[in-house]
Ligand binder design. Structure first.
Ligand code: CP
Ligand code: NVA
Length: 299
């Protein structure tokens, strides 16, 4: 049966740990050609630097060929129904990596394709990002017995991190303004898996007090541009800056999936400091995605 990766919930704990071990190996030595002779379509409805380049590089390094389809090419559900795109692509390629506006479209794509579909970011989750982030945490800390504090919008990145944190046994705090939490179903699932290790707070200073890792992401995600003005106002007290870090333990590292809106959710000073591990996170995108192909293509 084909294996999709739409959510971090699509991998179990032992698969995730194996994926991390393999990612670290792939970081030191080139992998096997597990995608030899395979074309993989990359559907992007939104812009990307890291996700596009790391997926193209991962596929090439594993012997496959990426076929990039830009927002103009497909126009999911507009130029053509999602199921027709899925059924056509399944005739020619061995997999689909998709960055979409609507998670429902992604689910339909997966349902209607006979080839594996990987979530390269949707409005609901960014699971590939969360894998690279927890690999980075593991590289810094050596285990998952950590407290990750996400300060800002309960968005796609926060949702995947909250779920993965619960699976791995870490503690997770989301610090956000009222009305900007992760979807309730995600919070409930995370609590089911992580019991009292997951919580939502309002006060950033209280939130970062016991943090080992402090994470932030943009206040306005791709597709939410119309809300930008309101969001700039609501999230202002949630900026990760030098003052906020003075309330966190000295060892706490700062994380961001990037792209960053410097001067909004994070200051230059913090992002460029040696407390930030953002480039390690970006680098690990490549190796976790290579390892994900091994997991999906059964090697
Ligand atoms: N972090 C991340 O997904 O970056 P891109 O939007 O540039 O792919
Ligand atoms: N939350 C951001 C993440 C970008 C990688 C967005 O969806 O735009």
């Amino acid at each position: 049966m084909k294996r999709d990766f739409l959510s971090v919930l699509d991998l179990n704990l032992s698969e995730i740990k194996a994926l991390f071990d393999l990612s670290l190996k792939l970081k030191k030595s080139s992998g096997e050609k597990v995608l030899e002779g395979k074309e993989i379509a990359l559907i992007f409805e939104k812009p990307s630097l890291r996700t596009r380049v790391t997926f193209e590089a991962a596929i090439s390094r594993l012997g496959g060929k990426p076929i990039y389809l830009s927002p103009q090419d497909i126009q999911l559900g507009k130029r053509e129904a999602v199921k027709d795109v899925a059924r056509n692509l399944s005739l020619w390629v061995s997999g689909i990596v998709a960055r979409v506006f609507s998670h429902r479209d992604l689910e339909e794509l997966a349902r209607e394709s006979s080839v594996p579909v990987i979530n390269a970011l949707s409005d609901l989750e960014h699971p590939c990002q969360a894998l690279a982030d927890f690999l980075s945490i593991y590289e810094v800390k050596g285990d998952f017995d950590i407290h990750l504090v996400f300060v800002g919008d309960g968005n796609n990145v926060a949702s995947s991190l909250m779920l993965l944190s619960s699976i791995l046994g870490s503690r997770f705090t989301l610090v956000c303004p009222e009305g900007y939490e992760v979807p309730n179903a995600i919070f409930e699932k995370a609590k089911e898996l992580g019991e009292d290790r997951v919580r939502i707070l309002r006060d950033p200073r209280e939130g970062v007090r016991g943090a080992d890792f402090i994470y932030t992401d943009v206040w306005t995600s791709m597709g939410q541009e119309a809300e930008r003005e309101v969001r700039m106002r609501v999230f202002r007290p949630y900026q990760v800056n030098e003052e906020l870090l003075s309330h966190a333990p000295k060892h706490a590292k700062v994380m961001h999936c990037l792209p960053a809106h410097r001067g909004e959710e994070i200051t230059d000073g913090v992002l460029d400091s040696d407390r930030a591990i953002v480039l390690m996170q970006a680098e690990n995108r490549l190796y976790t995605e290579m390892a994900l192909f091994y997991a999906i293509y059964g090697v």
